[in-house]
Design a protein around this ligand. Sequence first.
Ligand code: ADP
Ligand code: MG
Length: 325
Amino acid sequence: MANSSSNSEFELIARHFMRPTPNAVLGVGDDAALVDVTNGMDLTVSTDTMVSGTHFFPDVDPENLGHKALAVNLSDMAAMGAMPYWATLALTVPSVDHTWLAAFAKGFFDLAQEFNVSLIGGDTTRGPLSLTVTIMGEVPMGAALKRSGAKAGHDVWVSGNLGDAALAVAHRHGKLVLSEADYREAVMRLYEPTPRVALGQALRGMATAAIDISDGLLSDLGHICRLSGVGATVELAAIPVSSIGERHSADGPGLTAIVAGGDDYELCFTAPQNARDSIEDLTEILGVRLTRIGQVRRGKGVSLVGADGKPIKVDGRGYDHFSKA
Ligand code: ADP
Ligand code: MG
């Protein structure tokens, strides 16, 4: 912990967070880690913080939380088309609870192993529960997927299904009611999102802009539009949903969850029309649903339209920590 160098702190780190780090020259234990960056690659760096009560319910299962803390960061690498290699973890906990820490570490390292990511350092402090993961990876120089490349006429695509995670949150907040079985399934999408890392890499050279959907489709596609200097039109009926989403897409809160709810960690990307076949091929190669949901156009902002082409109004456009609404 900052300001202390007690044995118990070192033991805590050694017991829960020191694992082999095949990707690093030097891992946990020194003043800093050392990594060897490949020639011809850009180093890709991203950080995400999760705060109890804001990003997760305080009663969250620690193993789910460990998974999610890394998953949301892997998702940022996916959205850049990058290959993740290294992570650091800044962990603030209210007290030392070894059962909790062991479960958290299991969730974290199970996913780290699946994606061949090494935990190479971090910090451990006492305070209200929060987690910050910094992830680092590589992408061939100049080949990263940015938010700024969308052009009028390009298609808008998304991976997977949208809305399940936000439907679980809406259920917890009493805004709608999911059946017990639906809630159990939806809440796993909230706690254990699947980062689309292989998809991100496959889209290099194909997608013209990309983002991961953390704050909601309309809001995140809005970021692509703003940075690309374009607008986009999305067709509501084209948005892919699960059977849970299908059962709730007709009511107001359900619709909001699907188009404006966060936490899906699917990729939203744009691509020229001549890439359609290659993108559809990826569905089979990678086993991930890819759906064309709209078009990039001249102008500004994201409009959601019905089958009749008329605009649909949605309550709430996505999560913003600092908005007053
Ligand atoms: P310092 O005082 O130099 O910051 P620390 O005592 O904070 O060192 O950390 C000791 C070592 O353990 C460092 O290599 C640091 O990166 C690592 N470390 C601390 N906390 C964590 C954690 N939660 N996960 C992984 N590594 C950690
Ligand atoms: Mg430290």
